[in-house]
Design a protein around this ligand. Sequence first.
Ligand SMILES: *[C@@H]1O[C@H](CO)[C@@H](O)[C@H](O)[C@H]1NC(C)=O
Ligand SMILES: *[C@@H]1O[C@H](CO)[C@@H](O)[C@H](O)[C@H]1NC(C)=O
Ligand SMILES: *[C@@H]1O[C@H](CO)[C@@H](O)[C@H](O)[C@H]1NC(C)=O
Ligand SMILES: *[C@@H]1O[C@H](CO)[C@@H](O)[C@H](O)[C@H]1NC(C)=O
Ligand SMILES: *[C@@H]1O[C@H](CO)[C@@H](O)[C@H](O)[C@H]1NC(C)=O
Ligand SMILES: *[C@@H]1O[C@H](CO)[C@@H](O)[C@H](O)[C@H]1NC(C)=O
Ligand SMILES: *[C@@H]1O[C@H](CO)[C@@H](O)[C@H](O)[C@H]1NC(C)=O
Length: 512
Amino acid sequence: MSCVPSTFGNIALFGGEIQAVAAALVTNHSASVSSARRFTQPSVEVRNASFCNITVTYTHPGQGDSIIVEAWLPPKEVWNGRLQAVGGGGFIAGRYSEFYTAMSGAIGDGYATMTSDAGLGGALDPTSWALLSPGNVNLYYLQNLASVSLDDAATITKSLIRAYYGRGPEYSYWNGCSQGGRQGLMLAQRYPTAYDGIAAGAPGIYWNDFFPTMLWPSQFMNMLGDYPYPCEVEAITAAAITACDPLDGVKDGVIADVDACLASFDPFSLVGNVINCAEMETPHITSAAAAVVNATWQGMQNVHGARLWPGLNPGTDLAIIAAKTNCTDGPCQAVPPPVAAQWLSLFVARDANLDLSNLSHVEFDWLVRQGKQRYNSIMGTGDPDLSAFFGAGGKLITFHGLLDQLIPPKGTSKYFDTVSSLTPKTQGSYRHFEIPGWSHCGNGGPTSEPTSLFDQLRAWVENGTAPARSPVTVTDLEGNARGRIICPYPQKAVLDKGCPIAEGAGCWSCSF
Ligand SMILES: *[C@@H]1O[C@H](CO)[C@@H](O)[C@H](O)[C@H]1NC(C)=O
Ligand SMILES: *[C@@H]1O[C@H](CO)[C@@H](O)[C@H](O)[C@H]1NC(C)=O
Ligand SMILES: *[C@@H]1O[C@H](CO)[C@@H](O)[C@H](O)[C@H]1NC(C)=O
Ligand SMILES: *[C@@H]1O[C@H](CO)[C@@H](O)[C@H](O)[C@H]1NC(C)=O
Ligand SMILES: *[C@@H]1O[C@H](CO)[C@@H](O)[C@H](O)[C@H]1NC(C)=O
Ligand SMILES: *[C@@H]1O[C@H](CO)[C@@H](O)[C@H](O)[C@H]1NC(C)=O
Ligand SMILES: *[C@@H]1O[C@H](CO)[C@@H](O)[C@H](O)[C@H]1NC(C)=O
């Protein structure tokens, strides 16, 4: 069919009212798509691609929203018969420049692809929509971001595909990280037939646990009344890498055995050590720095000392986000991660002016409780019952870098464990891969993106071949880039006895 609005005149959505449909052919489309933008697929140079660009604008009557779904459909001759939807990041549902890049990659590989703005526009910061008035959260908008727009977009896009090609997609896939990972799991939990295969990286699930956990280091500093210099935190991180790197049997600058590190490395043993730090008058590691790093690794704790949520792993760069301080003007100050501060102030406290710098521990705990009470059913995304998705034949791959600077990787393994305890034979439908040396969704680190996972997901869905391992590349301390594998959790990659590490991935096995 031709790429004109009338081709798509019969799109319907239960609970939705279509307001406008635009369609125009895009030709000579080019993009350099880095694997860092698509996580589970290799980099690709897209040249001279054509596709039908369709935007559908719709509302849920009575809810005052206006949502745009944007689908790109390649010409029939080059379409691979599949849909690959891409997710968002931060408070962005998806329709935004970096996710357009991921869509270009999907087009380059022959997929039909799509994204949605969930009706939130392109603002990175939710301040523009979070509150209807002081004290009143825009719950319909939040619900659109959380879940509803995901189902809508899948339904609409499949209708567009049927209208354009005269047949639906043979298989539909989701590919996202962070917010996009959370979206993938929400789809598996609530809309079990929307996708056949879901790749969900560093998923922002347990939203009301990990967001306050992101604020825990700054809250801890505020309670301590002491703010370390970034160089102190960096020095402790470097010492942890030196001490813990060999614990996994391979000296490569990567901490693969996090628990052994937590059990054996004591940041307090470094207090007083002289360091290189131009900002400090007498450069050394203070006890405050050790306490902040300890608190960030150990995770959020309530006023009674109960551990509420796991922290970030040793080796992770804490000075850039989680335990960031600003020391440019007088004494250092805590810089809480903006996304987490926005969630707590706008949605939980419902007060854009909430002062996070002066909360007592009891007040902080109460905000954590309120977040769960108000939003676990909307945004929590921790439902471990995936039986409907599994029953429909769905396959799920999650993956999480162990150097994630934002979302504690232990949350995702906890989710896998919880699903497993509820569902026998979970590994038959769901596998989780931890990635030592990889940070949040491709934001640096010695380990590459797991660029084979998407095709492995396809092989699992389409041919029943479950991913037993997946290749990555690790750049070691000497700058050698070497093949390595990641393994389905709880297995870990181990170097085969006597096999030279320089031989790469073939020298590694997955082992419990
Ligand atoms: C196609 O795009 C390339 C790269 O952007 C550009 O150099 C070329 O001039 C374009 N060709 C046409 C026919 O527009
Ligand atoms: C670009 O794509 C168009 C449409 O598919 C095709 O006609 C043209 O030959 C291509 N140009 C190049 C330089 O490959
Ligand atoms: C697709 O169409 C929408 C709406 O007209 C437009 O905003 C967007 O930039 C287009 N995308 C491309 C790649 O042309
Ligand atoms: C490190 O953190 C844990 C967990 O919060 C805490 O129990 C412990 O007392 C801390 N260590 C020190 C020396 O403060
Ligand atoms: C650090 O604080 C100074 C002075 O308060 C401010 O001007 C600057 O923007 C802050 N920098 C960051 C990165 O927060
Ligand atoms: C911090 O909170 C305390 C107790 O609520 C209050 O008395 C004090 O004025 C606050 N300080 C600042 C700087 O806001
Ligand atoms: C499935 O198996 C067939 C036959 O071996 C092969 O041609 C095809 O590429 C496989 N598909 C995937 C997604 O691995």
